[in-house]
Design a protein around this ligand. Structure first.
Ligand code: URA
Length: 218
C-alpha cells in the first residue's frame, strides 16, 4: 500500500453517515516524506469544497505559525482524524472517529514521521488513546513507540478564544526547539518533558484506570 492507493481506496468511502453530507473525502496533503506531520480534527466548509485540509481561516493561521518557525506547508504533511466534514462542523462522534482512525494510522505508518503535532482535543485523544484535555498536555513531548506526539491548541480554537493565541505561538517556539534537538539526535527524544496526563478532577470517561503513557500504536 502507498499513500495514493490508500487515498484512492477512500475516494467513495461509505463506512459512516458522514458520507451522505460531504462534497468529497479530504484525505490529506503535503510532503509524503515529511518528518513532521500535523493532525487536525475534521474538514470544515472550505476543506470539504476544496478537498484539502486546513484551507480556511484556521489553515491561514496554521500557515503563519509554521512560517514563524521557518517551516512551509510543503515541509510537512497534514491530515485530519476524520476525512469527511461533519454537518454544520459539529464534533465528530465516537463511532465516526473509530471508523476513520485506522486510515489516519495507516497514513502515519506510510509517512513515518518522527513527530506528529496533534491539533486540539480530538486529534490528541485519538493518538494518545486516552481522554486527556489539550490544556493539560499542550506543548509537551510525548513519546509513543514509533514517533513523538506534540499536542497543540487547535488554530480554530485560538481564532475563537483570543487568550489561546499567545500560548499557541509559544508552543510553536517550543516546537522549533524540539525539532532542533531532534535534528541533532538520531533517536527520538525521551527526556525533553514528562507528560502530566490526567488529574483527579478529570478522570478518563471510558477507562477506569489510566494506562501507562508508553503506548503502542502499531
Ligand atoms: N479544522 C480541522 O481540524 N481540520 C481542517 O482541515 C480544517 C479545520
Amino acid at each position: 500500500m502507498d499513500l495514493p492507493r490508500l487515498s484512492a481506496s477512500l475516494h467513495d468511502c461509505q463506512r459512516c453517515q458522514l458520507a451522505s453530507g460531504r462534497t468529497q473525502v479530504v484525505f490529506g496533503t503535503g510532503n509524503p516524506q515529511a518528518s513532521i506531520m500535523f493532525v487536525g480534527e475534521a474538514p470544515g466548509f472550505y476543506e470539504d469544497r476544496q478537498g484539502e485540509p486546513f484551507v480556511g481561516a484556521a489553515g491561514k493561521l496554521l500557515t503563519e505559525l509554521l512560517q514563524s518557525i521557518g517551516l512551509e506547508r510543503s515541509d510537512i504533511y497534514i491530515a485530519n482524524v476524520i476525512k469527511c466534514r461533519p454537518p454544520n462542523n459539529r464534533d465528530p462522534l465516537p463511532d465516526e472517529i473509530n471508523t476513520c482512525k485506522p486510515f489516519l494510522l495507516q497514513q502515519i505508518e506510510l509517512i513515518q514521521p518522527k513527530l506528529v503535532c496533534t491539533l486540539g482535543n480530538f486529534a490528541t485523544q485519538t493518538l494518545l488513546e486516552r481522554k486527556v484535555g489539550i490544556t493539560k498536555v499542550r506543548g509537551q513531548v510525548i513519546r509513543l513507540e514509533n514517533f513523538v506526539v506534540f499536542p497543540l491548541f487547535h488554530p480554530a480554537a485560538a481564532l475563537h478564544q483570543g487568550n489561546l493565541r499567545v500560548p499557541l505561538k509559544e508552543d510553536f517556539q517550543k516546537l522549533k526547539t524540539v525539532l532542533e534537538q531532534m535534528s541533532q539526535t538520531p533517536t527520538l527524544p525521551n527526556t525533553i518533558s514528562q507528560p502530566t496526563l490526567s488529574t483527579p478532577q478529570e478522570p478518563p470517561k471510558e477507562t477506569p484506570a489510566d494506562p501507562p503513557i508508553q503506548m503502542n500504536l502499531f
